[in-house]
Design a protein around this ligand. Structure first.
Ligand SMILES: [Zn+2]
Length: 336
């Protein structure tokens, strides 16, 4: 029989998780619901899609979806009636209660094509409270042979009552060594640029490829760097970046800069990093700052990051004024 279409490969850094998901099916212990959590750019959706295909396939081949049964073909055509997919609607950044109600109703019906029904809720951490409560009811009274896959970037935003009913699949960031061949197969960028983009992307390989496709990230890093190298760090210059770049990107750039300065402090001025060059006179910048102070600033960046990722509401301007202050205090001997 002709193969309808092969499914996308699982990204190499997710192979262990994929094995874990396959075991659920092979051992016939598929949970009623799972949460696939991790930051953007790690291939969570590909993992969820491939798992859905595995759950719905009529004729597994060596533990994989066959690619040619009716179910596999319908998935490829995007028209499998037993597979539902919901995410925030266009122009909205939340999943609404009406969407969850519609899904729950669909899940009460019997499977039309095969043995199971599968629902993927992409961005389940963006559900409104009412939507989350509605989903909870569905999880509390599950229909037969129904599996719900929740994809999240911030597990902390998912109510504990929902989490307790799901198996947890954490997608973590890989080491650079684990993705170097993936990178060299997918971009011609020089190694130093790839490493810088990889760290700028918080070690998310797919985001790294996006970042490498435009030079904007280099401009952000360059602007923040020149701001920090100037005599007096003016927060207005940092705030000016907000016109074209996001707060997260500016903090990331600042984080990479401080990370490289720590490397200079540890390895000496002969250290060759991707951001500073010998023309930048790094020694004059960090000469009077000791390593513990550098780590203190590094920790401060981590705090800002976790606040942003936890969704703490900061005025971007206030955060950048605070960052400029910290920088002035340590590097320029100013007060904050
Ligand atoms: Zn199949």
């Amino acid at each position: 029989m002709e193969v309808c279409n092969e499914f996308d490969d699982i990204y190499s850094w997710n192979l262990l998780l994929w094995k874990q998901l396959k075991e659920f099916v092979v051992k016939k212990r598929v949970p009623q619901a799972i949460i696939i959590n991790g930051q953007n750019g790690l291939g969570k959706t590909a993992l969820a899609n491939k798992f859905a295909a595995l759950l719905l396939c009529h004729d597994l081949v060596k533990g994989n979806a066959c690619g040619y049964c009716a179910s596999c073909c319908l998935i490829r055509q995007g028209s499998h009636i037993d597979l539902s997919y919901i995410s925030a609607e266009e122009g909205s950044n939340i999943i609404k209660i009406e969407q969850i109600r519609g899904l729950s109703e669909k899940l009460t019906k019997s499977a039309a094509v095969g043995k199971r029904k599968v629902a993927i809720i992409d961005g389940a951490d963006t559900m409104q409270d009412k939507a989350a409560n509605s989903l909870l009811k569905t999880l509390e009274e599950p229909s037969d042979n129904t599996i719900i896959i929740l994809i999240t970037t911030n597990i902390a935003k998912v109510p504990a009552t929902i989490k307790s009913r799901c198996s947890y699949v954490p997608v973590t960031t890989p080491l650079f060594e684990q993705v170097s061949s993936f990178m060299s197969n997918n971009t011609d960028a020089p190694d130093a640029d790839i490493r810088l983009a990889y760290h700028f992307s918080m070690q998310a390989p797919l985001t790294t490829l996006d970042v490498l496709n435009n030079d904007r990230f280099k401009n952000i890093i360059g602007t923040v760097k020149s701001c920090y190298l100037s005599k007096d760090v003016r927060a207005t210059e940092l705030i000016g970046l907000l016109k074209s770049d996001s707060l997260t990107e500016i903090i990331k750039a600042s984080y990479l800069i401080i990370y490289e300065l720590i490397s200079f402090k540890v390895f000496g001025v002969s250290y060759a990093g991707p951001i500073f060059s010998s023309y930048d006179n790094v020694d004059s910048l960090i000469g009077n700052v000791d390593i513990y102070e550098l780590y203190e600033i590094y920790d401060y960046h981590n705090e800002l990051y976790s606040e942003i990722s936890m969704g703490t509401v900061w005025q971007p301007n206030t955060m950048l004024v605070s960052l400029g202050c910290v920088w002035n205090k340590f590097f320029k001997g100013g007060v904050c």
